[in-house]
Design a protein around this ligand. Structure first.
Ligand code: MBD
Ligand code: FE
Length: 276
């Protein structure tokens, strides 16, 4: 397939963000001032502590300009910052653990009841996977009519809509739970994901001698009336990057326990939603 370029991936992620997210906030001026001041002070401290030179300051400017030009602000921020926002946002929950959404969610995927086979190409590569579970409230009541929205990359590590040549809703779908809170999704096992290496984010990763990998993961949003929605991801044991995810988004509670089944794997995960 044609290569996914960082500029194309970044531009679609930026477009997606601008189309779907409300980016106005009623943050009062005192709080804006405090947050901006503290971030700037952290930058000033870093410059003093490390005796940053003009050459390094100009390299930073050039790099920041490039992040915007490549459309990579959603990618860069979701990889390096979002995990702490998520930690703060979900600290008070007693239900399922959340983790970062990342830049590749698209709302409005095809909807099925109780059982779904995700849209995929006739020759979709990868190990067939059945993913099933139950959605419950924190008191254990099963939730009928909850919605499980799932998206993940293909066996080459590419996401539909953010890499060329993949059908629009490939490996994306929503399923509503049945009368015992149950759902079942047929798909393929996603591959480990390498963030684009030819853009600004990749340039930073190379310059710092880091790596660009996220472990294989399923992305999910689980919602039900009267409950707090949860955005999370699920991971596969044994992935070489479970302990050094570039996006710092792995949690032990989010590890699956795959069982082999026929020519594929079967994974089970139950979700617990906090009351709204
Ligand atoms: C991904 O697939 C992802 O999940 C995150 C968080 C960042 C970049 C790509
Ligand atoms: Fe992802």
């Amino acid at each position: 397939m044609t290569n996914a370029t960082a500029a194309a991936t970044g531009a679609s992620a930026t477009e997606r963000f601008q189309a779907d997210k409300t980016h106005t906030s009623d943050t009062p001026p005192e709080r804006v001032g405090q947050l901006a001041r503290e971030v700037l002070e952290a930058v000033h401290d870093t410059i003093r502590k490390n005796q940053v030179s003009y050459a390094e300051y100009d390299a930073l400017k050039a790099w920041l300009i490039r992040v915007g030009a490549d459309g990579e602000w959603p990618l860069f921020l979701d990889v390096f910052v979002e995990h702490v926002v998520e930690e703060v946002a979900n600290a008070g929950r007693s239900g399922s653990k959340g983790t970062i959404e990342g830049p590749f969610y698209v709302p409005g995927a095809p909807l099925s009841e109780v059982e779904a086979t995700l849209p995929m190409r006739p020759d979709e590569k990868g190990t067939p996977m059945t993913f099933h579970g139950v959605v419950r409230a924190v008191d254990g009541t099963t939730l009928d009519g909850a919605e499980v929205d799932i998206w993940h990359c293909d066996d080459d590590g590419f996401y539909a809509r953010f890499a060329p040549g993949i059908p629009e809703w490939n490996l994306r779908g929503r399923v509503t739970t049945g009368d015992k809170g149950q759902f079942l999704i047929r798909t393929i096992q996603p591959a480990p994901y390498q963030i684009p290496t030819d853009g600004a984010t990749g340039a930073l990763i190379r310059a710092a001698n880091w790596h660009a990998w996220r472990p294989a993961h399923l992305h999910l949003k689980v919602t039900a009336p009267g409950h707090l929605p949860i955005t999370t991801q699920l991971y596969f044991p044994g992935d070489p990057h479970n302990n050094d995810d570039i996006a710092s988004a792995v949690k032990p509670e989010l590890m699956l326990d795959p069982r082999s089944s026929g020519d594929g794997v079967d994974v089970e995960y139950d979700f617990v939603l906090d009351p709204a």
